[in-house]
Structure formats: structure tokens, C-alpha cells
Design a protein around this ligand. Structure first.
Ligand code: 6PG
Length: 498
């Protein structure tokens, strides 16, 4: 008798194929389908002995028929319209109670919409953030799920089995309803952008400021991977920098064009941060730096137009290298603090009740930003449940007190040398502003009231006030000239919406 599949999967690109092999290897029979038959054949050929647990479906109907009801089917197709098209084709073939799992990098707003539509049709939907690239999909990704508890419970066993493990703990969790998992994956990617950009900025200072070769920089990163920066991204940075082109023996990184693409999740993370009024400047700077990298031709014109403009490549190597490690750590902590603040804000806004310690825990292995630091972050959130931000949790206050002077030194070295460090500088400015109990928005309030009669709060009296702006008063509307409380004072923290 033909075996019945425990689960199905549509979309045998690299991620889908590896996820299917991972599921089969963990003992679960799986039915797979791909729009182009050739991919299905290539996949089946590559499955080896795991092929015994893999059912090849030539059509969607065959796929559905091969799975034990109530069915669970993973979609691993390109995020966006392809998901809607796939759902449209699949839906008529399914029965009430069947569950579809979108494992692509979907926009969480699409996931919320799809979950609602499928719910109305009697079907269940899980939005599953999957991180870890090709290798993670094959041997253990980090999995961030959003959906009902009942939907998640149906596939929890399979997801736990295929997920990465950190000290034996599966890097997989249901984080909340509908879009919660894809939202958290989006912010994961925003942090990933910042992490990568800050590493690239330090690389740039070493290469262009201190005249270090790719091999020398690799050595440095390899050393850092034994310290507080220990992480997947530091590890692979050392590896890519020491890799040489087989033909020319030139470091491969020296041959790669300085223009990087982006698929959208980084951008979404800063859009959502802005929509909620949460500062995520280190991430924003990283996304913008990626966009600037794409303007290669313009940058070449600008380079010719400005020449060296006083740029210097005289960074003292030993002292720079000595400060860079902690500088990078301070930048990284700030980017993580921003990312988690965006998650916390979304949790409140959407009523998701997102578990910050669990998010940090499932990022400790499997995902692209996995690092030892995430274990410290998980413990910090566990210990300080009410802390408004990672930057005020005692363990991180101690780290930042040690590391910030070095971040200042590195940013100032970069500025002095005419070299760009947008994400590190944004992180530093954020930190400096965040720790100021009296900032400069008193002046912004005054300016707004001056030109737009927006009113301001005072330090000594409650209510909303207007200024006695002297001669300029004649150009201010009569309403604006009313001095004194006109309505209750806005909240003292968070974005002040009017
Ligand atoms: C991951 C990665 C993965 C993918 C990014 C790349 O967590 O496994 O984030 O999802 O590599 O989407 O994104 P960009 O093309 O935008 O860099």
C-alpha cells in the first residue's frame, strides 16, 4: 500500500527542497510538488535514501490526495503574488480543517489578510518565518510561527524535530496569532541588515583606513569569533575574507562588486518601525546603505567629482583593531535593542503578547543572526520583564559602559578619515540621545508652536501651552495666541501623536 504523507510541501527551490529533505530525514513522510516538473525530477534524484519517505506529486490534486487528512501543506514559493496564486489554486482542492503553512518571507500584513480569508473558508493558516539560509533549511533552521494555538499544535512535533537545537532546546516557537511569526522574521532580517552592515563598516575602516589586506582582516575576525562577538556572521565573514579566487589567487572579496541587492524584508522592518514611531536608526541606516550601494554609477561620478576630499588612510592599525571589537559590540547591542523595541511596540499595537525572551531563545541557533549575545539577551529579558528597552537592562548597561567609549573612538576615527560608518554612527547617536534625560526637543516644541501653534508641554506646569513669541505673534493665528492650558498633557513617553 502506498505510504501516506504526514505533510506536503509546494515549491522545490533551494529552501523548499532542503526543508523537505530535513522533514524526511526526521522520519516524516512528505509529499512534494513543484510547478515545473524538471525541478521535481532533479529534487527526487538528489534525495538518495530519503526518497523512500518522499512522495512525488505530479499535480496539486495528487499532492492533496497523498497527504493524510486533516492535511498540513507547506508553501515555499516566492513571497508576494505567487503565494496568493498558489492559495487560489490549492483552496478548491482542500477540505475544512486543512492547514496551509506559508514558510516564505511574507509581509506580515499579507499573512494577516490571508489568515482571515482562509479562516472564512474553513481553512487554517500558519505564517512561518524560517531563517538559516540553505544550510539551516536542510539541517536546522530557526522557526517563528504565527497562527492559532490549535493550528500550531498540529505541526509542532514536525517543526520541533526539524528546527535547530540550542543546548537541546528546539529553536522553534509559536509567537502569536496570524502575522506574528512573519513580523518577527521581518525584524530578524532588519537586525541581520544592521549586523552585516556594521561588520562591513569595520571591514571598510580596516581596508581603506588601516590598509589591511583581506587575509589580515580575516585573521582579526577569526580572533573576534572567540570573544563577545562570537556569532555566525562574524564566523562567515572570516571565512569569506580568507577565500581566494582559484584562478588568480586574489581574495574573492576583492573581486566582488560593491553593490548588494535586497529582497524587501529589511525595508519592511524600518517601514513598520516608522509607522509605529519607534526609533530603529541603526537598522534604517543599514537598509539605506544597501540602497546606496546599488547606486554604483552615481558613486563613480561622485568619486570623480570630489576626489579624495581630505580622506586619509592613516588609521593606526594596532590601536584601531584594539578598539574595533568593542565598538562593534556596542553598535550591535544598540541595533538589537532597536529591533526588540520594534517587536515590543508591534506586540502592544496588534495585541500579540510577543514573548521577547522566547524570541531571543529561538534566535540562538539556526538563524542568520545566531550568536552568544542572544543567550545573554534571552536571560536579560527573562530577568527584567518590565524593562522598557534592552539598553536599560543592568547586564547591558555594564556592556555598554565598557564598549561605548570604543564606539565613539571608532566613529570619530572614521569621521576624521572621511570614511563612511552610517550604521555605527546611527547606533552611537541613538545611544547618546537615548541616555540624555534632557534632550533638545524643547526647542523643537517651541519651533512648532512658533510656526504652527501646535502648543507645548512645560517642565513646571501641566497642560498644553503656547509661547509669547514677541513680534512674530502678529503672524500667528489668533487661536495660537491663547496662552495657557487648552487640553490635557500628552503621555510622557513614546511617540506623541496629535
Ligand atoms: C534568513 C535570511 C533569508 C534571506 C534574506 C536575504 O534569515 O535566512 O534572512 O531570509 O537570506 O531574505 O534578504 P536580502 O536579499 O534582503 O538580503
Amino acid at each position: 500500500m502506498a505510504i501516506e504523507a504526514d505533510i506536503g510541501l509546494i515549491g522545490l527551490g533551494v529552501m523548499g527542497a532542503n526543508l523537505a529533505l530535513n522533514i524526511a530525514e526526521n522520519g516524516y513522510p512528505i509529499a512534494v510538488f513543484n510547478r515545473t516538473a524538471e525541478k521535481l525530477r532533479v529534487f527526487a534524484d538528489s534525495a538518495g535514501p530519503l526518497g523512500e519517505r518522499i512522495i512525488r506529486a505530479g499535480t496539486l490534486a495528487e499532492l492533496v490526495a497523498a497527504i493524510r487528512p486533516p492535511r498540513a501543506i507547506i508553501l515555499m514559493v516566492q513571497a508576494g503574488e505567487a503565494v496568493d496564486q498558489q492559495l487560489e489554486q490549492l483552496q478548491p482542492l482542500l477540505a475544512p480543517g486543512d492547514l496551509i503553512i506559508d514558510a516564505g518571507n511574507a509581509n506580515f500584513r499579507d499573512t494577516i489578510r490571508r489568515a482571515r480569508a482562509l479562516d472564512e473558508a474553513g481553512l487554517s493558516f500558519l505564517g512561518l518565518g524560517v531563517s538559516g539560509g540553505e544550510e539551516g533549511a536542510r539541517y536546522g533552521p530557526s522557526l517563528m510561527a504565527g497562527g492559532t494555538e490549535a493550528s500550531y499544535a498540529r505541526v509542532e512535533g514536525i517543526l520541533d524535530a526539524i528546527a535547530a537545537k540550542y543546548n537541546g532546546e528546539a529553536c522553534c516557537a509559536r509567537l502569536g496569532p496570524d502575522g506574528a511569526g512573519h513580523f518577527v522574521k521581518t525584524i530578524h532580517n532588519g537586525i541581520e541588515y544592521a549586523d552585516m552592515q556594521m561588520i562591513a563598516e569595520i571591514y571598510g575602516l580596516m581596508r581603506d583606513g588601516a590598509g589591511m589586506s583581506a587575509g589580515e582582516i580575516a585573521t582579526q575576525f577569526r580572533r573576534w569569533n572567540d570573544g563577545p562577538l562570537r556569532s555566525y556572521l562574524i564566523e562567515i565573514t572570516a571565512k569569506v575574507l580568507e577565500t581566494r579566487d582559484p584562478g588568480s589567487e586574489t581574495p574573492v572579496t576583492d573581486l566582488i562588486l560593491d553593490r548588494a541587492g535586497q529582497k524587501g524584508t529589511g525595508r519592511w522592518s524600518v517601514i513598520e518601525a516608522q509607522v509605529m514611531g519607534v526609533p530603529a536608526t541603526a537598522i534604517e541606516a543599514a537598509v539605506a546603505a544597501r540602497s546606496l550601494s546599488a547606486l554604483k554609477t552615481e558613486r563613480e561620478f561622485a568619486a570623480a567629482a570630489y576626489g579624495s576630499l581630505g580622506s586619509s588612510s592613516a588609521l593606526e592599525r594596532a590601536s584601531f583593531v584594539a578598539t574595533a571589537e568593542m565598538a562593534l559590540l556596542a553598535g550591535k547591542v544598540t541595533a538589537y535593542a532597536q529591533g526588540f523595541a520594534v517587536i515590543a511596540a508591534a506586540s502592544a499595537q496588534f495585541g500579540w503578547n510577543l514573548p521577547l525572551p522566547a524570541i531571543a531563545r529561538i534566535w540562538r541557533a539556526g538563524c542568520i543572526i545566531r550568536s552568544d549575545l542572544l543567550d545573554t539577551i534571552a536571560s536579560a529579558f527573562e530577568a527584567e520583564k518590565e524593562a522598557p528597552n534592552l539598553l536599560v537592562v543592568p547586564a547591558f548597561v555594564r556592556i555598554m559602559q565598557k564598549a561605548v567609549p570604543q564606539l565613539r573612538a571608532v566613529v570619530s576615527d572614521a569621521v576624521g578619515s572621511g570614511l563612511p560608518v552610517p550604521s555605527l554612527a546611527a547606533a552611537l547617536s541613538h545611544f547618546e540621545a537615548y541616555r540624555q534625560s534632557r534632550g533638545t526637543a524643547n526647542l523643537i516644541q517651541a519651533q512648532r508652536d512658533f510656526f504652527g501653534a501646535h502648543g507645548f508641554d512645560r517642565t513646571d506646569t501641566a497642560g498644553v501651552h503656547h509661547g509669547p513669541w514677541g513680534l512674530a505673534v502678529s503672524s500667528v493665528s489668533p487661536a495660537a495666541m491663547l496662552d495657557g492650558p487648552t487640553r490635557s498633557s500628552p503621555a510622557n513617553s513614546g511617540p506623541v501623536e496629535e
